[in-house]
Each structure stands twice: as C-alpha cells, then as structure tokens.
Design a binder for this molecule. Sequence first.
Ligand code: ADP
Length: 439
Amino acid sequence: PVLTGGPSTRQVKLDKECELRVEVRPEAPLQLRILSGTAEIFGTEIPPEIWLTFPPSLKFAVFTWYGATIELEGTTETDYTADETPMISYVNVHAVLEGRRNRAKASPDDSVSSQGPRVIVVGPTDSGKSTLSRMLLSWAAKQGWKPTYVDLDVGQGSITIPGCIAATPIEMPIDSVEGIPLEMPLVYYYGQVSPSLNADLYKVLVKELAQTLERQFAGNAESRAAGMVINTMGWIEGVGYEVYVILRFYPDYVALIFLQGCSCYQLIMLGAIEKLCSMLKDVLKSKPGVDVVKLQKSGGVVSRSGKVRNIARKSRIREYFYGPSNDLSPHSNVANFNDLSLYRIGGGPQAPRSALPIGAEPAADPTRLVPVNINTDLLHLVLVVSFAKEPDQIISSNVAGFIYTDIDMQRKKITYLAPSAGELPSKFLIVGTLAYIEN
Ligand code: ADP
C-alpha cells in the first residue's frame, strides 16, 4: 500500500520536450506516477496513474513530448528539470531507421534490401550509449518491430551479467524498472571487464555471436527487417577491436553514432573520438551505404567512478539471481565434484615466472582452455554453465547461465544457486573472474 499526500509526496509539472532527471537514493526506493499528460522513460511510455517503484541508486529521466504532471513519493538523491535535451535528434535517428525497416519489410525476397538497419552506437564510457540503444529499441518495439539488441559492452552488461557479450530480441518496449527480459538471450562468456585484457578472445566471441545472429536472420524475415541496435564499449583504447566489430557486423547499412560531450573532460575524449571517426571512415570507404551520424551526449548522463562501476557490476550479478526488485528467489541445488568438469579460459591469472619450471614461459595463448580442479579458491566466484557438448567446444559455445557456489571439500559436493531448479544443462563449467559475495 502506498501512502499518498504525506510530506514526502510532491508534484512536478513538466513542459513539452522537458525531462525530470532523477537519482534514487542509495538507501531507499522511490515511487512515481503520472497524474496527467504522457511521458516516457528512455523510450518506454509510463502507464497512466499506476505507481511505479524504482530501486535504490537507479538513475533515469522522465521525458515528455507534449507536457505532463508527475507525482513523486519519497526523497531522491538529486532531481531536477532540464529543458535542453538531445531527444529530438535521437528520435530523428529513429525515424530514419523506421524508413529502412519499412523498406526491408516491403522486399522480403531480396537478400540485400530485406535487411533492416543495423546501428552501432559508439562513444566514450558514460556518454549514454546504453541509454540511446534502449530508446531506439523501445521506440521500434512500440511500432510493433522486434529488433535485436546486441550488447558488446563487457564492462556493465545490460542484457546479462558483466563479462559477457549477448544478444536478444526486444519484443516490447523495455520495462523502466525491470530492464531487458532475460528470456533465452544468446550469451557468450568473455570473463573480463575490458576487451583489451584479452582482445583475441573478445574477437573470437564477437565473430561467433555475429555468425549465429546471421544464421538466425537468414531464417527469420521479421527480425531481419527489424534490424539490430549494437551497443559497444567506450571506444577510446584503440586496440583494433573497434574496427573488427564494425567489419563483423558490416551489413547493407550501418549508422555509427558518436556521442559528443561538451564538458572539459569530454573534450579530451572528443579528440580521441575524432581520430576513431576518421579511422572508421577509412575502413568504411570501400563499403558504400554506411551513414555516420554524430549526436550530442545528453547533459543528464551520469558519470560513474571506477568504484561505482564495480558496485554496479556486483549488483548486476545479484540481479541475475534475485531480480531487479529483489523479488526472485534462486534455487539451491547440489552436485558431486565428479559430475562436473571445470575449465578456465586463458587470460585468467597467469602463473608468475618464478612459479614455473626453469626455462618454461608463462602461458600466452589467450584462448587456451585450462582444466581446473575444484577447491576452495572457487568459493564466491560465479561459474558459467556452457552449452558445450565436448571440452573443445567450450570457447565457441554460447552459455546457458550462471551459478554461484559453495564448496564442501570433505563431502566433495558443490552447493550452488541457480535462477531455476533442476539439473544443469551441461557438465562443462567455465570458471569466471567475477567474484560475488552474498550479503
Ligand atoms: P554508457 O552506456 O555510455 O556507459 P549509460 O547509457 O549507461 O552510459 O548512462 C550512464 C548513466 O546515466 C546510467 O545510469 C543512465 O541511467 C544515466 N542517464 C542517461 N541519460 C540520462 C538522463 N537523460 N537523465 C538521467 N540519467 C541519465
């Protein structure tokens, strides 16, 4: 039951094309509803009059095209109204994509023109890439399309836990509180939070993901026409995977979106972005039909420190098991050591030279598979359940999900938490590098 009319309830009137930017307090959720008019959160319309509950620390904006009055219950960390937003330029991009989708739908039998738009969103860390991707997907879903969301950002992970690349069809505007539904996404496990830590493995996985999607599109005219929105890492490191990603997903049409900021810090980034932009233009020169669209970063995007990012990663893992609103209960299951085969993919902690036999070199192959014995070192690590049938398929297989383990060395048993009950779909597990301690 919601108490209304109390001292912490207040109304905010938003004029047309304005937004209320909100940071929910870290200790308590916030409730919000629309009293009149219409408004959306990152492209998804807010249902009229129903109270929505936003979890602690969430940062979001309520934007209205035509004006709205909203009511807040609870105190916020910060909230303010902004009348300058880049939303018109964002929705213009949507309109262009919409035209391409309609064109693709009109010619389902032509292998080239039946391909809908493929958008790659590029920009520095904290420029609003995930948010823009989300808007483009939700606006498309509202019109009845089922675009595919491809998330290559291993640092945060908006589809599944961090350290993965993933893709999933978006069939409905993305829920402002629950986020992207976790129904059978296509997930590949990379195991680090930056592509540069193991660029070779990152490229192998991007290639696998792109090929699998290509096969799926070949047999599905509807998702082919709806196209893809591809979210990326902050591209400033320049280790070559940027170009690789573009070429892997190179289709009949790509819009590269550069989010430009105007603060001092962003200006430095801007230089790097210009360099990247000209590098990409060079790559794409021989490939006609690629539009490069530059967009402004929204002033509402919140920059996150390394520490905040780390906390966000942990809470993404927690959400995987318990749901964004803490309303799911994971199942606890038990397995014998003998029933499981654990592996680590190269790039994990390498043995120091001093620990190796004289003359031996530390392992260098970043895509090498190393068997792992079960011991208490694995406590509090997230283990990845592979779909592989044989060990040599582990690297190229997508993953079924994640478990969180407790280890009983005496009884040689693993007790694990999984989102659903029943046996694991495979005995092959990958040892991750992401720790998660229950609290
Ligand atoms: P990136 O993907 O480039 O790292 P995000 O899209 O994740 O950046 O944005 C960073 C943070 O800023 C997120 O928490 C997001 O919810 C928040 N954010 C983005 N746009 C706005 C806005 N207009 N108002 C308030 N918060 C915003």
